[in-house]
Design a protein around this ligand. Structure first.
Ligand code: ADP
Length: 287
């Protein structure tokens, strides 16, 4: 099922005279993870803002074309109604903590509380999310005292507890160390398994290779290419738009250029091992 359909979208912010999105066409299928890539200023955050309704509800500007969420035009939604369908997690974990709650448990409960959900139901839902994400050890801590990675996981938990179908996650790991990054991606993987639709802006290409189903490459507000991750990230042309390829893909491409007949260009460590094994087997070498 296609839950987001964007047709011929062109957008200009109220300030600035250039279109920052130009003729964008994009269909988002339920349950898939879409990675938005492209150099700084290419329009990734603006596209996220369209999908979560901040454009046109909050930033006015000039919007042409069509944005449909569950077949309903974004302009016909109330922002509150959209917020129930689309959860949004952004870059800076420090600004996402409310600052008014003393424990992680209460922090995660905050959104449901604001919706007036019954206390017992809130307790149950928060406990379930904490268990699902494996953050029991954080639940009694003060949110202000957490590390960046822990804060980001609590921010994700606060959104997940609201049970949105779509998660828009804009550079969640840019301020995190490798461990924090890995922990955030564990959560993204859990959400994928739960069938959530995820739109992710992420610069770490190896993580995109590992987790994304589709890649959408933006340049100067236009989608220059989009498709299955394995096709986009094994094509050297991505590099012309400032998007690096995974190191395994670069190795595979160079080997092919030297006449080594690999079955496919690998993107990840596991794929690389499999591809090398089958190539060696064609040479009669068993490993
Ligand atoms: P990315 O996320 O790929 O870095 P953005 O969507 O943030 O790109 O920005 C795309 C373009 O829109 C840039 O030229 C940026 O300067 C401009 N822009 C972003 N936000 C605003 C805003 N609130 N008002 C005016 N122009 C903006």
């Amino acid at each position: 099922m296609d839950i987001v359909k964007i047709k011929d979208l062109t957008y200009k912010y109220p300030i600035g005279d250039e279109n920052v999105l130009k003729d964008v066409n994009l269909t988002i299928e339920k349950g898939k993870l879409y990675a938005l890539v492209g150099s700084n200023g290419s329009g990734k955050t603006t596209l996220c803002n369209v999908i979560r309704g901040f454009i046109p509800h909050f930033h006015h500007g000039e919007l042409k074309g069509e944005v449909l969420i569950y077949d309903k035009d974004i302009r016909e939604y109330e922002l509150g109604e959209l917020a129930l369908k689309i959860g949004f997690v952004f870059q800076n974990p420090y600004t996402q903590i409310s600052g008014v709650k003393d424990t992680v448990f209460e922090e995660i409960a905050y959104g449901l509380e604001n919706l007036g959900v019954e206390v017992e139901t809130i307790r149950q839902k928060v406990a379930e999310v904490i268990q699902l994400l494996g953050i029991e050890y954080l639940q009694d801590k003060n949110p202000q005292e957490l590390s960046g990675g822990q804060k980001q996981r609590v921010a994700l938990a606060s959104i997940i507890v609201m049970e949105p179908d779509i998660l828009v996650i804009d550079e969640p790991t840019s301020q995190l160390d490798p461990q924090g990054t890995e922990e955030v991606f564990k959560i993204i993987e859990i959400m994928k398994q739960k069938g959530k639709t995820i739109i992710l802006v992420e610069h770490k290409i190896e993580l995109i290779a590992e987790y994304a189903d589709h890649v959408v490459l933006l340049q100067d507000g236009e989608i220059v290419t989009q498709g299955k991750t394995k096709d986009i990230l094994s094509d050297e042309r991505a590099m012309n738009y400032g998007v690096p390829l995974p190191q395994y893909a670069i190795l595979g491409i160079e080997m092919k250029k030297k006449g080594i007949n690999l079955q496919q260009i690998p993107l990840t460590e596991n794929e690389s091992v499999a591809v090398m094994r089958s190539w060696l087997a064609t040479k009669g070498v068993k490993v």
